[in-house]
Design a protein around this ligand. Structure first.
Ligand code: ATP
Ligand code: MG
Length: 341
């Protein structure tokens, strides 16, 4: 068991960073596993980045006396946090996180600025809006989310010095399975990400991402550019990627247990927020939740893509304006405007 423990909890710079997905059915303990990896990474003096969600599961770090810096993208408005109720319909109890011990809230405008200002000896929770937003179109929001994370990873690769651990829960939001990566997202996730992942390893970035299975995430992450797979309870084993692991062994794992490189071990349950944070209710089934609204910038320049296509069809293939109009679903008069724009 020792090699796996060393690899996960005392990563050696001789090997460099890693790209490691953790796979497991809901409740198998993935988020807790990421938390444990984060706690150990802080001990190894890594700078830790945690992908933030409205579920605020980073509270587990606070429960274990680790400092958390929440970085909200500047397009986030009305940021609030509350403690959920057991009864439906009861007024939520809002809490001001910024005044709590070991929690600080900051803002960032762009990826480079964020990476320059990341705090050491703290978990840097990065809230990028764009997933499950009420405002704006799904397409615009999700593209903003993915593009911003790609920019953050680029900025991490380009930094000078230091060891980084990136803990990415719900990895499918960022890099979903191949079939779901379409249009402009294809450029980001299918074309740009693989090269970035290869560089991340060489630049001492340890990237761990959680998902239910390989069907949720892009194959660059589980097949091409990764250093193996961490299986937790009842994950579907990919026999061609990890022939040493038997499906029955994975099915028999309990919560918190995992198999990696053929070795079986477990992630311990860290101290839980409800029992170790004094301002949290001292009972299970109460969680801290975030709410915000966001005006995500539209980074999809639809018009430009159409313009490029129109120009190519016109110049290189000799299409008429009418024919281009048919291809792009636009009126002919708009095609002539597009070509001369
Ligand atoms: N190592 C462990 N030992 C004991 N209990 C654990 C352990 N890991 C997790 N649990 C319990 O299981 C619950 C679910 O764990 P966790 O949230 O990490 O699962 P998950 O795999 O991330 O689930 P989901 O797919 O729904 O996000 C936790 O709230 C915790 O109480
Ligand atoms: Mg989880």
């Amino acid at each position: 068991m020792k090699p796996v423990q060393d690899f996960l909890f005392e990563p050696s710079t001789d090997i460099g960073g890693c790209v490691l997905p953790l796979l497991g059915k809901p409740g198998s303990g993935k988020t807790i596993a990421l938390t444990q990896i984060g706690i150990h990474s802080l001990e190894q003096e890594h700078t830790v980045v945690w992908r933030g969600t409205k579920q605020a599961q980073w509270i587990n770090f606070v429960a274990n006396n680790e400092k958390v810096v929440i970085w909200n993208h500047s397009s986030i408005d009305n940021f609030k946090s509350y403690i959920s109720n057991i009864e439906i319909g009861k007024k939520p109890r809002y809490v001001d996180l910024d005044e709590k011990e070991n929690i600080e809230i900051k803002e960032f405008e762009d990826a480079k600025e964020l990476v320059k200002n990341l705090e050491d000896q703290a978990v840097n929770v990065v809230n990028v809006p764009g997933v499950n937003e009420k405002k704006g179109s799904f397409k615009k929001n999700i593209y903003f989310f993915r593009k911003t994370w790609i920019d953050i990873l680029h900025a991490l690769v380009d930094r000078k010095g230091g060891l980084i651990t990136v803990l990415y829960d719900e990895l499918g939001d960022f890099a979903p399975c191949n079939q779901q990566v379409k249009g402009k997202n294809f450029e980001l996730i299918a074309e740009e990400l693989p090269n970035l992942l290869a560089q991340m390893r060489k630049e001492f970035i340890w990237f761990y991402g959680a998902s239910h299975g390989t069907h949720d995430i892009h194959y660059n992450l589980w097949k091409i550019k990764n250093n193996g797979l961490i299986y937790m309870s009842r994950a579907n084993v990919k026999r061609n990627v990890t022939p040493e692991t038997a499906q029955t062994d994975v099915n028999n794992l309990s919560r918190g247990e995992f198999i990696f490189d053929g070795y079986e071990s477990r992630f311990e349950l860290p101290k839980e927020p409800n029992f170790s944070i004094k301002w949290m209710p001292n009972t299970k089934k109460r969680y801290i939740r975030l709410e915000w609204t966001a005006n995500t910038p539209n980074l999809i320049k639809e018009k430009n893509i159409k313009k490029e296509v129109a120009n190519t069809l016109y110049d290189e293939f000799g299409f008429t304006q009418e024919e281009i109009g048919e291809v792009l679903g636009m009126h002919q008069s708009n095609i002539s405007k597009l070509l001369s724009a």
